[in-house]
Ligand binder design. Structure first.
Ligand SMILES: [Zn+2]
Length: 139
C-alpha cells in the first residue's frame, strides 16, 4: 500500500483520540512515515507538573526510533481544542529540533487544517537550525 499525504493526515487525526490532555484539552495527533513504509502515530501526553508533557510529534519519533527506524519520509500533524481542528497546529521548536536530528531539510511536514493540509519543509519551519552537520547543513 502506498502511503499518500491524505492517508497520513487521516492517521494523524485518528491519533488525536489517544491524547492525554486533562489540563489543556488540546488534542494533538501526529503520523510519522518511515522510509520503509511503516507509520508511527503519536499523541500529546500532558502532566500535572507541565514540563514533563510531551508532544505528539516526539511521541511518534521516539516510538519509531526505539523500534530501530532512523530514516523518515514525512509527518502529518493536527490538533485542536477537544479534538476539533480549527486551524494549523504547527510543531513546537523542540519537536522541530528532534526532526532535525533525523531528517533532512526537505523533510515534508503536512500541517492539517479544517479542509485539508498545507505542506511545509523542515527547512521552512527550522531555518538555520542547529545540527551536528549531517542533515540540515550541506547546501
Ligand atoms: Zn512539540
Amino acid at each position: 500500500m502506498t502511503m499518500t499525504p491524505e492517508k497520513l493526515v487521516e492517521l494523524a487525526k485518528e491519533a488525536m483520540n489517544h491524547a492525554y490532555v486533562p489540563y489543556s484539552g488540546y488534542r494533538v495527533g501526529a503520523a510519522l512515515l518511515c522510509a520503509d513504509g511503516t507509520v508511527y502515530q503519536g499523541c500529546n501526553i500532558e502532566n500535572a507538573a507541565y514540563s514533563p508533557t510531551v508532544c505528539a510529534e516526539r511521541t511518534a519519533f521516539f516510538k519509531a526510533v526505539y523500534d530501530g527506524h532512523r530514516d523518515f519520509s514525512a509527518i502529518a500533524v493536527c490538533g485542536g481544542k477537544d479534538g476539533h481542528i480549527t486551524g494549523l497546529f504547527p510543531p513546537c521548536g523542540v519537536c522541530r529540533q528532534v526532526m532535525a536530528e533525523f531528517c533532512g531539510k526537505d523533510f515534508p511536514i503536512y500541517l492539517v487544517h479544517p479542509t485539508g493540509y498545507e505542506k511545509r519543509t523542515l527547512e521552512q519551519l527550522l531555518p538555520l537550525g542547529f545540527s551536528s552537520g549531517e542533515h540540515m547543513t550541506g547546501e
